[in-house]
Write a protein that binds this ligand. Sequence first.
Ligand code: CDP
Length: 244
Amino acid sequence: MGGRDATMVLLDENGIRCDGRKVDEPRRIMIKAGGLKNADGSAYIEFGDNKILVGVFGPRDVHPKHMSNTDTGILRVRYHMEPFSVGERKNPAPSRREIEISKVIKEALEPAVMLDKFPRTAVDVFIEVLQADGGTRCAALSAASVALADAGIPMRDMVAAIAAGKVADTIVLDVNNEEDQAGQADMPIGYMPNLEKITLLQLDGVLTPEEYKKCVQVGVDGCKIVYDIQKKALQDKYFGNGGD
Ligand code: CDP
């Protein structure tokens, strides 16, 4: 992955980060619900320089049939990075990282999706990362939630996601790619804001128990910012003039 500029200042004396943000400030987030005519639901997210498209299909029949569950529906998630989405061309074949992130996102969405309403069927979530810049799993998870809602899949809550982390000995919201490479900890969090439950929590790095608690709080607060943008995306499509 990308190298680090040794001269880069991660946090200056005024508490400003390498990309001009304050410690508790997320990157620019834009979410659009809908857009893919052939999908049952879809969403597009720009999260800083990340650009990700999500299509949802289903509930639909499962083939082969023995993969289905007579008691409940199943959720299938495929996270895929386009070869051109990163600086150094990525091999289009599924990498171990993509398989892991697909599983992580699926497990983060499952508590929110009422699959028991669709026994014997599958809901498929296809995630295409068009441009990656650190934090794609959180951006993809946030967009996938909107795409599921856009598909009319009954949900207990949305899942909003963002990473908190430790950079230059300070807990910050929304670790960018440079901070991830050079920083001390990265903690992606997925959170259901109404149920007040965390559905994804990963930690890459080292934190004290106090820093860990602060990181979770900063991340949860950040998820609430993302949630407002998710809601606005759905409101714009269904009650505003941004629909298609
Ligand atoms: O994207 P996320 O932070 O969820 O996952 P990561 O595995 O921590 O990757 C961090 C970043 O590394 C990605 O967002 C990409 O910008 C970059 N990356 C890359 O340049 N080439 C890859 N093959 C995979 C990731």
